[in-house]
Write a protein that binds this ligand. Structure first.
Ligand code: SF4
Length: 738
């Protein structure tokens, strides 16, 4: 007998006629999920599924990964190279040969007229690591500009800066497996279920088995905060005060790990002197967390056998983002929670390959965390690349966020944008627009021809995306994963690696006196070259090959050729960093405890602009929606810009659910739909940043002094209810349909 659905209304799963599944790694967030794309009998990608034997995701994918195969045929893809003389003229089709010649000649013309650094290059966290390495070689070794950065300055720069200041090197010390060992987790400004759903699932599975406490620090009642044992609804921008107060309690109650501190750190006295000033009663008045809760959290964290912290943009995107990261590291170091199972400070990275660009792009230095400021590092790389050592700058150039100010001031005249869309992603977007209009020569290389920033380009180079190319990416836990080229780029679009190699050929052929640099064509060969210059370094990958990465569903660095010779299979030590005593990357092996005085230097609400603007992500979308805005199911679930607004504030302003409202900041304005909810306090609204011409019209984006990362999370606005709701709806639709 048939019961229920099977009889009445059986679910039918469409037969997509899949005849082959091809392996890759998800190209959205930094979780690094192994994915297989199913191809039908016509060779079309029709489905995506998680890989069951992959340690990261164990067969699962989130909403973005499930529909990722639809990217290949999404609207707006660039199919042919284009060029024009001025940005306000119509585009003309051109050949690859002419477009690439124009790129070379345009760069040279700007540099000849205004100097080498007057041409800037800005890349991304979206490309493959071999592409980053090749672009770094081209930019540092042949083009020779020092104004070269990635859009990772917008999301991870504070984490990089904080790790370097505390430990002497970038590199997250922990891994996902730490959830299975920890006895206490503090999540700082991280909404895992929406931002990194599969990492959240790894955490949740571990927590359900062992019931360790989850403490969430976030001004908003996020999905993660709803699951927390303790939610600290902190006043925006005051994390350092809370961190200092927690350390104050730990030292006062003698809860620190003195043996660990003695062997592994410097700077204890200076740190203690600073945190002495942050008693919980005084701190509570600034950070908004009551003194008893501060004491309870300090005891819970320091009393756990193993405690860990994770964080994302709530810490990084602040005027003291780097200090916030150092504060998390300070807490871990004084309690001996680095390098042991369940004890770590783990930055949850943003873009799929933000880690790859940190390790290999040469944006902030030279390959594999080498520094431009270090003479030996410059010498080693110059010798390896066969260039004159003097051609390399002796300190890093501008950060991305400073480059636009330099364009505005007329110091930078040319720009090459690669897989990044500053008009959507930078704060105060109207100011960025005016700056881009001033460029004498602008190249946009992107898989989408309809990227907003392409409006101001003189040459457009259509690039492949995600698994149209072969190479590797590094995820949050230092795991290097392989992506296979499972389908070719559409039309005449080419892999980014091919484009860089073609530009390099032109520089190699036409320039004199710098020697010829070798640019291997195939990513597997480039990966081996990278391995050879990684030997003996923290991020040693000399034991890895593309084949090994696919076979193991990713390998965490370090994994060395000595380990291969000794027959040690991965992860072989790559799970955690700094597991041995005094192995931090400062000369004496000790980490630094750094005092963090709190300086309140951001925009705060006042009489004219009385509401906090808090920005962040939704599960359906990825960054500026360049990709997910074109994927039916992702867009369908979250199609228009909206704010979360407290019902009491909505009532006060006469705003009902579904009304359109105007948000006004000192920079500009934006029209969005209102959604009343108790997730936000009465003096704050939350606005997803994904929508075109919306959140970043409002944000101020003051910069962190160490990382130059913008403070997207804290601006002040006022809210106006719009009388003409029909016109407002039309405006809002325009933001949706870029
Ligand atoms: Fe992709 Fe991140 Fe979702 Fe995994 S969690 S499927 S990596 S977007």
């Amino acid at each position: 007998m048939l019961f229920g659905r099977s009889k009445k209304n059986p679910i039918k799963i469409a037969d997509k006629k899949i005849i082959e599944w091809k392996y890759a790694t998800c190209g959205y967030c930094s979780t690094g999920c192994s994915i297989e794309v199913g191809f039908n009998d016509e060779g079309k990608p029709v489905s995506s599924r998680g890989v069951a034997d992959a340690d990261v995701n164990r067969g699962k994918l989130c909403l973005k990964g499930i529909f990722e195969h639809e990217l290949f045929s999404s609207a707006g893809r660039g199919l042919i190279p284009l060029q024009r003389n001025n940005w306000h003229q119509p585009w003309e089709k051109t050949t690859w040969g002419d477009a690439l010649d124009r790129v070379h000649d345009g760069i040279k013309a700007v540099q000849k007229k205004y100097g080498r650094d007057a041409f800037a290059v800005i890349s991304t966290g979206q490309m493959l690591t071999e592409e980053f390495y090749t672009l770094g070689k081209l930019t540092r070794g042949l083009i020779g500009t020092n104004n070269y950065d990635g859009n990772t300055t917008l999301c991870m720069a504070s984490a990089v800066s904080g790790y370097k200041r505390s430990f002497g090197s970038d590199g997250p010390p922990g891994c996902y497996e730490d959830f299975e060992h920890t006895n206490c987790l503090i999540a700082w400004g991280s909404n895992l279920p929406e931002q990194h759903p599969i990492i959240y699932w790894r955490f949740k599975e571990a927590q359900e088995k062992r019931h360790f406490p989850l403490i969430v620090v976030d001004p908003r009642v996020t999905m993660l905060a709803q699951n927390a044992d303790i939610h600290l609804a902190i006043t925006p921008g005051t994390d350092v005060v809370l961190q200092n107060a927690l350390m104050h309690v730990i030292f006062k109650e003698n809860l620190q790990d003195s043996d660990y501190i003695k062997v592994n750190t410097n700077g204890l006295d200076e740190l203690m002197a600073e945190v002495e000033k942050y008693d919980p009663i005084s701190a509570a008045k600034i950070c908004g967390i009551d003194e008893d809760t501060i004491r309870s959290v300090a005891r819970l964290y320091a009393g756990a056998n193993a405690a860990m912290s994770i964080w994302t943009m709530g810490i990084n995107q602040s005027t003291h983002g780097s200090d916030g990261v150092v504060g998390i590291n300070n807490l871990a170091l004084i309690t001996g929670n680095i390098g042991k199972p369940g004890g770590t400070s783990l930055s949850i990275t943003g873009q799929c390959n933000a880690m790859g660009t940190r390790e290999w792009s040469s944006c902030s230095g030279l390959p594999n965390h080498r520094l431009l400021e270090n003479e030996q590092d410059r010498k080693d790389i110059a010798e390896f690349w066969n260039i004159d050592e003097e051609f390399l700058p002796k300190k890093r150039g501008m950060f991305q966020t400073d480059i636009y100010h330099a364009i505005e001031a007329g110091h930078i005249k040319g720009l090459w944008l690669i897989a990044t869309n500053p008009l959507s992603s930078l704060p105060n977007s109207e100011r960025v627009r005016r700056a881009m209009q001033k460029l004498e020569f602008c190249v946009v290389q992107d898989c989408y021809a309809d990227s907003e920033s392409n409006q101001y380009a003189h040459v457009y180079l259509p690039a492949g995306t995600w698994a149209e190319k072969e190479g590797v990416m590094t995820n949050t836990e230092r795991r290097i994963n392989l992506i296979n080229a499972i389908t070719p780029p559409p039309g005449e679009a080419k892999p980014d690696l091919w484009i860089f190699n073609q530009v390099a050929k032109r520089f190699n052929a036409k320039e004199e006196g710098k020697g010829k640099i070798n640019f291997p064509e195939h990513s597997a060969d480039i990966f081996l070259e990278m391995g050879s210059i990684s030997k003996g370094r923290l991020a040693d990958i000399s034991g890895m090959t593309h084949e090994l990465l696919e076979k193991n569903r990713g390998v965490q660095w370090p994994y060395t050729e000595q380990q291969v010779s000794a027959g040690e299979a991965p992860p072989a030590g790559g799970k955690r960093l700094y597991t041995e005593a005094a192995t931090f990357r400062y000369a004496d092996g000790k980490a630094k405890l750094i005092p963090l005085p709190f300086i309140d230097n951001n925009e705060v609400p006042d009489e004219k602009f009385p509401i906090w603007l808090n920005t962040g992500r939704l599960i359906e979308h990825w960054h500026g929606r360049t990709k997910t805005g074109k994927i039916g199911n992702n867009n369908k679930y979250s199609p228009i810009p909206f704010i979360e607004i407290n019902p009491d504030l909505a009532l006060e302003l006469g705003i009902r659910r579904g009304d359109y409202v105007r948000l006004v900041s000192r920079r500009s304005d934006a029209v969005v739909m209102a959604t009343p909810t108790h997730r936000v306090p009465k003096n704050m609204v939350f606005l997803p940043f994904h929508f075109h011409d919306c959140a970043n019209r409002l944000t101020l984006g003051l910069l962190d002094p160490h990382s130059r990362q913008p403070a997207y999370k804290q601006s002040a606005i006022r809210i106006e209810r719009l009388e003409d709701q029909k016109a407002a709806a039309q405006l809002s639709m325009e933001m949706r349909n870029f």
